[in-house]
Design a protein around this ligand. Structure first.
Ligand code: URP
Ligand code: ZN
Ligand code: ZN
Ligand code: ZN
Length: 520
């Protein structure tokens, strides 16, 4: 019986009263293979009250626990999607997947945490924007979530609010835009100030790296030449427009001695820039996304306008069809480290806002539900990465960078019970007809992937249970992300100490000084 008294009927499996929850949340995962980023081994897992309590063999389990047979399956940390935009107000409309449908879909695919972006207009208080996003998300999220904050303008107020966000609101990452001129874009000196502030606070600088000035010029040229369709979206922002901005952001971050996280790495050219910077010793992380790893930009030339528009996002997918494989190679070898999705979805009628002008097509694609399967298929099933690396790039590295490890990103005693029982051999075919997202289109339509979640457990609740998805709005929690993550800041702090500029002590110059001609 639950604690709500004799009258109370638990009609819903998820009754949130305390006794009920704990009775339901004694789970025993038996016979599986645990995969962490550094090690895999055969062991059982016992979960109580949302926390992993025991890992090992011959465990002593309290009566009344539910046993899940995990033989032949992998037990992996739930995925962390580092980059989503649920219900984002953008380009005159709102992304159609909100914090409910978006997180429900995430869970269906084996992702148990998302990190979304607070992203408001210039001159809007960052704190007010943060509160707005919390008010949208808290009542709707089905899985845990955290927030990055976009810095879309610069002032003393913004600097002060960044400090409050870090010290009181659990934010440790700020995104700047080098694109979206007149909307989100900052100038280089503002980006420098933002990254300086990040470094001071122990927060991670993030960048959307595309040259917004060039895009504005070249997209107008496309329209003037009569190219109004989705192919114009790619052609006005070719790879070097992304690569130049990536190098510029890396340079500015390096000058500010700030760790940099490059979101949505979409091209070989940008990935090479990130790779080269890491080889030089820069503290920079690269995030390819499900879209850039799973499909390509040839779709922009599709004869069907809706199909092309369905793939429009910024930076664009690349027409070079070897791009996804190339990015996957870099991800497998730690030249790139993390995967997100940039999930930001718009239905056909919303995309149609740009039917006569690609500049008005709302930018964004799906991914939150399919990321895990796409990366398993293109990464592990293709033999490019092993299951440990899969866990690293889908969960653990994100937890480390955003400083929530080992609460998240690890199967270990004391960690949150965000767990996926993963069937590496099963397959599923992706389709908008069967996906759980609200959007009416799927960029991975028809793709068959190995790697399917059998059970998904979030905070100790079995939410995907033998094919049944059972979630409740608001069952997820906001997870504060503390500043000064070790993986990002240990080298930064050493450099702060050792790499200070120092002046040369010398006698003052006492020779003649030329006179300035005031008339020149
Ligand atoms: O096309 C995109 N990427 N839409 C979402 C906003 C952003 O730039 O991340
Ligand atoms: Zn109850
Ligand atoms: Zn972006
Ligand atoms: Zn984004």
């Amino acid at each position: 019986k639950c604690g709500k008294g004799e009258e109370h009927q638990c009609k819903d499996w998820w009754c949130l009263c305390k006794e009920h929850i704990s009775a339901q949340s004694r789970l025993f995962l038996k016979g599986g293979r645990i995969v962490n980023d550094d090690h895999s081994f055969d062991a059982d897992v016992y979960i109580e009250d949302g926390i992993i309590k025991q890992v090992g063999n011959n465990l002593v389990i309290p009566g009344g626990s539910r046993t899940i047979d995990a033989r032949g399956k992998l037990i992996i940390p739930g995925g962390i999607d580092t980059h989503t935009h649920m219900q984002l107000p953008f380009m005159g409309t709102f992304a159609v997947d909100d914090f409910y449908s978006g997180t429900k879909a995430a869970l269906a695919g084996g992702t148990t945490m998302i990190i979304d972006f607070v992203l408001d207009q210039k001159n809007v208080s960052l704190l007010e924007a943060y509160d707005k996003w919390r008010s949208w998300a808290d009542g709707k999220v089905c899985c845990d979530y955290a927030l990055h904050v976009g810095v879309t303008w610069w002032s003393d107020q913004v600097a002060k609010e960044m400090e409050v966000l870090c010290k009181e609101k659990g934010v440790n990452s700020f995104k700047v835009f080098l694109a979206y001129k007149d909307v989100f874009m900052l100038d280089d000196h503002e980006v420098y100030q933002t990254f300086m502030k990040c470094r001071e606070l122990g927060a991670i600088g993030m960048v959307h790296a595309e040259n917004g000035h060039l895009i504005a010029e070249k997209s107008q040229e496309m329209i003037d030449n009569g190219i109004t369709g989705p192919e114009g979206h790619e052609m006005c922002r070719p790879e070097e427009v992304e690569a130049e901005a990536t190098l510029r952001a890396i340079t500015i971050a390096h000058q500010a001695n700030c760790p940099l996280y490059v979101v949505h790495v979409m091209s070989k050219s940008a990935a090479k820039v990130v790779t080269a910077a890491r080889r030089r010793g820069n503290v920079v992380f690269g995030e390819p996304i499900a879209a850039s790893l799973g499909t390509d930009g040839t779709h922009y030339w599709n004869k069907c306008w809706r199909h092309g528009a369905g793939h429009v996002m910024g930076p664009p997918l690349r027409p070079d069809p070897s791009t996804p494989g190339y990015l996957m190679d870099l991800l497998a070898n730690n030249d790139l480290q993390v995967t997100g999705t940039d999930n930001c979805t718009f239905n056909a009628d919303q995309k149609a806002l740009g039917k006569d002008d690609f500049r008005k097509i709302p930018n964004g694609v799906n991914g939150v539900e399919d990321r895990m399967s796409i990366i398993w298929e293109k990464g592990v099933a293709c033999g490019k990465m092993d299951p440990c690396r899969f866990v690293a790039v889908t969960s653990t590295n994100a937890a480390k960078i955003f400083n929530i490890y080992p609460q998240k990103g690890r199967i270990a005693v004391g960690s949150d019970a965000d767990i996926v029982v993963w069937d590496p051999k099963a397959t599923r075919t992706i389709s908008a007809k069967t996906h759980h997202q609200a959007v009416d289109f799927n960029i991975f339509e028809g793709m068959t992937c190995h790697g399917v979640p059998d059970y998904v457990i979030t905070n100790g609740h079995v939410v995907l249970d033998e094919g049944q998805l059972r979630v409740t709005q608001g069952m997820g929690r906001y997870i504060p992300t503390p500043c000064n993550s070790e993986i990002a800041f240990s080298r930064i702090r050493e450099r702060e100490r050792t790499c200070q500029p120092c002046k040369v002590e010398r006698d003052p110059y006492d020779g003649p000084v030329a006179k300035i001609d005031g008339n020149m």
